[in-house]
Design a binder for this molecule. Structure first.
Ligand code: PLP
Length: 293
C-alpha cells in the first residue's frame, strides 16, 4: 500500500526553518482508518489462523476502534460483537449506527461491569452468551497491534522527530520500536494523567528516544474548546487536511505551538502521523453543534 506524505507549508515553518510533514495513514480506508488498520492487521490474521468466525471487542459509544472492527469483520466474513460502555440510546449516534449497519451486534454494559471486562468471570459470561470468539482488547491494543503499528513508519521516514497522538500508547510504542536511535519520538496524550501511560510504553518498547508531552490534552479525553475547534477548521482550510478533535487535532495544535516556541532546532524535520479518527467528528458535530470536517 502506498501511503502519502504531505508537506505542510505555513509562514511559521519558514520563519523557524523547520519542515513539517504529515503521514496520511488516515487514508488507508474510510473506516479502518489510520492506526486502526495497523492495530487490527495481525489480529485479523491471528483470528483467521485459529479458525474463529466471530470478533468481539470493547469500546465507548464513539469509539473509532468499535467502528473499525465492525467494518473489518464485515469485509472479512466474520461476525462481530461490540461490548459498549453505557446504555443504549433511543437514537444511535453515527459511530454505533454505522457499526450496526456493518453487522456488529451491540451489547451494552454498565460502567462497573465494563471495568471488569478483562476478568475471566466476565469473559466466561460473554462466552456463554455469544459462543466462542476472538477477543480484541479495548482500543485493539495487544501484542499483535504492537507488531502492526511498528509498520507505520519505514526507513524512508527519516525525519528528526516523529509525532503521534497517544491513547493507550500502543501506536506510539510500535513507532518507537521501528524508529532509528537518532530519531526523537514525541507522543501527545489525548488523556490527562500520563504516569501509567509512561510505564506501559516503557514496558513494551526497546528504546528510550521518546517522551510524552501532556500540555496539549485540552483538559482530558474528548474535552475540547473553541480554540481547538477553530484551529482544526483553519488547518483544514489552509492545508486541506481534516483532523479529528480527540486525537490528531490536539497533536497538530501541540506541534505548531512547539514550533512557535522554538522547541525544534533550526533545520530540523518533523513527521506527524495522521492516525485517523475522523469518523468521530460526526458525533461531535451532532452533540455539540460544531462544524468539524
Ligand atoms: C484516531 C486515533 N489516534 C490515536 C489513537 C491512539 O492510539 P493508541 O491507543 O494506540 O495510543 C487512537 C486510539 O486508538 C485513535 O483512535
Amino acid at each position: 500500500m502506498k501511503i502519502q506524505t504531505q508537506e505542510i507549508s505555513t509562514r511559521i515553518l519558514d520563519e523557524k526553518d523547520v519542515q513539517l510533514f504529515v503521514k496520511r495513514i488516515d487514508l488507508t480506508h474510510e473506516f479502518i482508518s489510520g492506526n486502526k488498520w495497523y492495530k487490527l492487521k495481525y489480529n485479523l490474521l491471528e483470528a483467521k489462523r485459529n479458525s474463529y468466525n466471530t470478533l468481539l471487542t470493547f469500546g465507548g459509544a464513539y469509539s473509532n476502534h468499535i467502528l473499525a472492527t465492525s467494518v473489518l469483520a464485515n469485509e472479512n466474513g466474520f461476525k462481530s460483537i461490540g461490548i459498549i460502555r453505557g446504555e443504549r440510546c433511543a437514537v444511535l449516534n453515527p459511530t454505533l449506527k454505522l457499526a450496526e449497519e456493518h453487522g456488529m451486534q451491540l451489547h451494552y454494559v454498565n460502567r462497573k461491569e465494563y471495568q471488569s471486562k478483562q476478568t475471566s468471570k466476565f469473559l466466561s459470561v460473554l462466552k456463554n452468551k455469544f459462543g466462542d470468539f476472538y477477543l480484541i482488547p479495548e482500543g485493539g491494543s495487544n501484542k499483535f497491534a504492537l507488531k502492526g503499528t511498528a509498520e507505520i513508519i519505514t526507513k524512508n521516514d527519516s525525519q528528526d522527530y516523529i509525532c503521534c497522538s497517544v491513547g493507550t500508547g500502543t501506536t506510539l510504542a510500535g513507532i518507537i520500536n521501528s524508529s532509528s536511535f537518532k530519531q526523537n519520538i514525541i507522543g501527545f496524550p489525548a488523556i490527562k494523567g500520563v504516569t501509567e501511560l509512561e510505564k506501559e510504553i516503557k514496558s513494551i518498547t526497546t528504546k528510550s528516544n521518546w517522551q510524552l508531552n501532556n500540555n496539549f490534552c485540552f483538559g482530558g479525553y474528548a474535552k475540547t474548546n473553541s480554540l481547538l475547534i477553530n484551529f482544526i477548521n483553519t488547518f483544514n482550510k489552509n492545508q486541506l487536511i481534516p483532523l479529528d478533535a480527540i486525537y490528531t487535532g490536539k497533536m497538530m495544535f501541540g506541534i505548531l505551538e512547539l514550533i512557535a516556541k522554538d522547541y525544534f532546532p533550526k533545520g530540523s524535520s518533523i513527521l506527524a502521523i495522521h492516525t485517523g479518527g475522523l469518523q468521530g467528528n460526526k458525533g461531535m458535530n451532532q452533540r455539540f453543534g460544531f462544524n468539524l470536517p
